[in-house]
Design a protein around this ligand. Structure first.
Ligand code: UD1
Length: 409
């Protein structure tokens, strides 16, 4: 695959940013919103809660509507876990919230205990009623809290608590906060709304509560996982891709691993060119919270490793059960064995095309990458998972020379 491709706005930044618009009655304008199923779900939730939420050509306009609800319904929350981050804004702005518990998903149990611990620490009464989290407060109060769990920090729990704390009385300190660029982008948006936040991007975030927040305009950061997926597309196809609208600073853990594997990467301010001068070598990969190698790139690098000469060990430290793609890659001839949180990948010469089933968003991306270089045709079913997180993936890949198209199931 050769040529240039431009990365869309970051899904994991835009979802909490859209939720944050609930913190004000004034209009907000968000640019660089990717046209994804998940963005549409978040806009639906905002409408159900009582906002006007329009979306056109990458711009979301959110403003006050007549009615206001404090309920985020099971039907919507169960389709997308990130919907749970309306809890923080709702309890802060309306002093009450009823948000469906998201439940498990295919990559693991995914509890929300850290979200609830943080919101409780701000003084909300929380109960679980018929599958919903019901939160009430007279006034949230700032507090000092530690928000780490057994797998480290939590991105959406940090988002949720940071949003709630913007309107709490007094100062909140979140220790073991997530440092992901998407948390930083949310903090930047909240600051534009009038929030007082310091330390975002580090494990200690300080928030001084304010009485109210106002409307703001913001452009979402580029999607580092989409960028990383195209980097692997360049390497797996022995191609040469220039990826535009990228902050390479957000991709340190990925770039380091790919360079170790033999990638040739040229970084400029807003683009990254990726090709290879030698065969890709096997490397061991361990997923970690940012700035480590992201769990959202684990499935994609596994596809790359499956056709290198040698053995690589891929260790998943964020979601130890996130290995649904292993069996599907093995259907394409890959030799991957799972041992608890490790996958041992024995590289083979060539994958062979097969009908395969996408199980989740990033697993679908790994199957697309494998399909690009497999002999014969690969048909990937349940691609609605892909639509949750990749904007126009097949069109972008076609322009780079891939033979990929969409068929009706
Ligand atoms: C976010 C990302 C997701 C990414 C993940 C990890 C969004 C919309 N999604 O998900 O793409 O894969 O970060 O980088 O931003 N945990 C608890 N208790 C909690 C919350 C989390 O134990 O209350 C655990 C999780 O099960 C997991 C780890 O903490 O093992 C990290 O999860 P977390 O950072 O919360 O993931 P999300 O924010 O849901």
């Amino acid at each position: 695959m050769r040529g240039e491709v431009s990365v869309s706005g970051a899904k994991n930044a835009v979802l909490p940013i859209l939720a944050a618009t609930l913190l004000t009655d004034e209009p907000c304008l968000i640019r660089g919103v990717p046209n994804l199923r998940d963005s549409a779900t978040m806009l639906k939730i905002l409408r159900a809660i009582g906002k006007n939420a329009e979306f056109d050509k990458g711009v979301a306009a959110v403003s006050k509507n007549k009615h206001t609800s404090f309920i985020a319904d099971y039907k919507l929350v169960s389709t997308m876990r990130a919907s749970f981050c309306v809890l923080g804004p709702l309890i802060a702005k309306l002093k009450k919230a009823k948000v469906s518990l998201p439940g498990g998903c295919v990559i693991g149990i995914r509890p929300v205990d850290l979200h609830l611990k943080g919101i409780k620490a701000l003084g909300a009464d929380i109960s679980i009623e018929s599958g919903y989290v019901v939160a009430k407060t007279k006034q949230l109060k700032g507090n000092h809290m530690y928000l780490g769990g057994i797998f480290g920090s939590s991105v959406l729990a940090t988002d949720n608590v940071m949003m709630a704390a913007t309107l709490a009385k007094g100062k909140t300190i979140i220790e073991s906060a997530a440092c992901e660029p998407e948390v930083v982008d949310l903090a930047e948006f909240l600051i534009k709304m009038g929030a007082k936040i310091k330390g975002h991007g580090t494990p200690v975030i300080e928030i001084e509560g304010v009485k109210e927040l106002h409307g703001a305009t913001h452009t979402v950061i580029p999607d580092r996982i989409e960028a990383g997926t195209f980097m692997i597309a360049a390497l797996i196809t022995a191609g040469d891709i220039t990826i535009k609208n990228v902050f390479y600073q957000h991709l340190g853990g990925v770039i380091d691993k790919l360079e170790e594997a033999g990638a040739y990467i040229i970084k400029t301010d807003h683009s990254v060119r990726v090709c290879r001068k030698t065969r890709i070598k096997p490397v061991n990969v361990t997923t970690l919270p940012y700035p480590g190698f992201p769990t959202d790139m684990q499935a994609q690098i596994m596809s790359l490793m499956s056709i290198t000469r040698g053995i690589s060990v891929i260790t998943e430290k964020i979601y130890p059960d996130r290995f649904m793609h292993v069996a599907e890659l093995n259907r394409m001839g890959a030799r991957i064995q799972r041992e608890g949180p490790h996958a041992i990948v024995e590289g083979i010469k060539k994958l062979s095309g097969a009908p395969v089933m996408a199980s989740d968003l990033r697993a679908s991306a790994s199957l697309v990458l494998a399909g690009l270089v497999a002999s014969d045709k690969t048909s990937i079913h349940r691609i609605y998972h892909l639509e949750r997180g990749y904007e126009n993936l097949e069109m972008k890949m076609q322009k780079l020379g891939a033979r990929i198209w969409r068929e009706k199931e």
